[in-house]
Design a protein around this ligand. Sequence first.
Ligand code: UDP
Length: 162
Amino acid sequence: MLQDQEVHAAELERTFIAVKPDGVQRGLISEIISRFERKGYKLVGIKVVVPSKEFAGKHYHALKDKPFFNGLSEFLSSGPVVAMVWEGEGVITYGRKLIGATDPQKSEPGTIRGDLAVVVGRNIIHGSDGPETAKDEINLWFKPEELVSFTSNAEKWIYGVN
Ligand code: UDP
């Protein structure tokens, strides 16, 4: 039984989620946390930081050739960001579903961006788009000792593992 639990825990994946400065300024931190938490995902790291523009540029390095890259890096570094790591089965892909499409005009109602944002340049939240990005972004924003590993009492009810 214990062995099953260990195997299950080892399979759990992690993703990097950030409430961007617009989400923080608009008082949406708890709303965003709540959507991941109520789903059944587990918060294993969180901090409030004001990233430098250089750091923001590192975070968005894959977009460095886009015309909006400079403005985007400037915006991410313009104020506090809530950086988080969430853990759970399918959290990378399903986290993106909870977040909704990049452009809030195209995000479905019921998603975070669909319900809470209007324009692409102020879409309030970031989420890693794949396993490699998740690993890189977690390593960029967090030191290993800033993340916790624990079994929550709710897990047997979320995953049905005894
Ligand atoms: N962005 C923008 N203009 C665009 C496209 C994207 O300002 O035309 C911003 C937007 O804030 C988006 C971020 O750049 O969240 C990163 O873009 P990406 O395509 O990686 O979208 P995401 O993964 O955030 O949905």
